[in-house]
Write a protein that binds this ligand. Structure first.
Ligand code: COA
Length: 317
């Protein structure tokens, strides 16, 4: 189905493998287009509860945007390239279903940005991260200046981006760029699947709200500029309307449209707010979302199961 991706759906986990190993999985136009389609699948396919993004071959997760496509680009074309990449990566970050990055080898430039757009990251000991765009007279353009700063702090982020140096797995772990190092490289995908299997048993609507709120806290809450809408919205279980400009933030894990007039980022204008988690928007939205959870069947099931000392069965309603 795809030219540059391999996909697999098993146990409700959708694995997207970028498959250009001879080019260290560099993201060319086709990869980016297909990645957008694969992420659409995550949103719309009800059999998918979570996803993994990884790279094919032994050497790389993704070694960056495809540099061979940079030559001859005008200023406007460069900006459009960044906008497209940012939109698709924002759609990953805004997915109501968890998306994990499983990283081995090089995760450079757009590869590091792709990993950072995912909700969390596991890597093997050979993983190497970096934003080496300055070596090309460039800067990160797929959200890297923002997400690296969010994840590791301003001082570390600026130093990494200005020096273009490689960050080894152990350092990446210490600075919070990755959640786990999986010591046995062959077990990277297995461990990632194990973590997602645990998450897949939780209540999908609560999961979607937590992702949304964490994104708001990170100043990354809303796909603000046409990050894509799908046509599969269903009835809103909470009776709210949906602003079409708040595309991916505007539905839950089962594709249900929901109330987002809070602006997602609290600024009323649909742009992600800046400056972290103390904003009124995030706290206010947390109150709303907390209340929304009480209107779900899953919340009733979770409380009833706890009191009956049995395992809950969540349905996403
Ligand atoms: N874009 C396009 N092609 C890339 C690429 C990229 N970002 N990264 C690697 N490749 C290609 C190489 O051109 C080479 O192709 P070829 O065999 O047809 O010549 C192939 O992948 C293997 O890479 P190579 O450079 O030979 O491997 P290496 O082990 O010597 O070096 C890297 C590995 C990752 C250090 C090196 O490939 C590199 O610096 N890549 C670019 C990283 C980068 O700047 N990313 C940000 C882009 S904005």
């Amino acid at each position: 189905m795809f030219k540059t991706l391999l996909t697999d759906l098993s146990d409700n986990i959708f694995t997207i493998t970028i498959n250009r190993p001879d080019k260290l999985n560099a993201i060319n136009k086709t990869v980016m287009d297909e990645l957008g389609l694969a992420v659409d699948e995550v949103y719309t396919n009800k059999d998918i509860r979570s996803a993994i993004i990884t790279g094919a071959g032994q050497r790389a997760f993704v070694a960056g945007a495809d540099i061979s496509e940079f030559q001859g680009l005008t200023k406007e074309e460069g900006q459009a390239l960044a906008a497209k990449g940012q939109n698709i990566f924002m759609r990953i970050a805004s997915s109501p279903k968890p998306i994990a990055a499983a990283i081995h080898g090089f995760a450079l430039g757009g590869g590091c940005e792709l990993a950072m757009a995912c909700h969390f990251r596991l890597c093997s000991p050979d993983a190497k991260f970096g934003q080496p765009e300055v070596n090309l007279g460039l800067i990160p353009g797929y959200g890297g200046t923002q997400r690296l700063t969010q994840l590791v702090g301003r001082g570390r982020a600026i130093e990494i981006m200005l020096s273009a140096r490689l960050v080894e797995a152990t350092e990446a772990h210490v600075m919070g760029l990755v959640n786990y190092i999986v010591e046995e490289p062959n077990e990277l995908l297995t461990k990632t699947r194990e973590l997602l299997s645990i998450i897949n048993e939780k209540a999908p609507i609560a999961i979607a709200r937590i992702i949304e709120l964490a994104n708001i806290a990170a100043g990354d809450g809303v796909a603000a500029n046409g990050a894509g809408d799908d046509d599969n919205w269903e009835a809103d279980p909470f009776g709210g309307g949906v602003s079409p400009t708040h595309s991916s933030a505007g539905r839950d894990a089962h594709g249900n449209a929901r109330h987002v007039e809070h602006g997602g980022a609290g600024d009323g204008g649909g742009r992600p707010e800046r400056g972290g988690g103390t904003s009124c928007g995030g706290f206010t939205r947390e109150q709303e979302a907390f209340g929304e959870c009480f209107a779900t069947e899953d919340m009733k099931e979770g409380a009833a199961a706890f009191l009956a000392k049995r395992k809950p069965k969540f349905t996403g309603r």
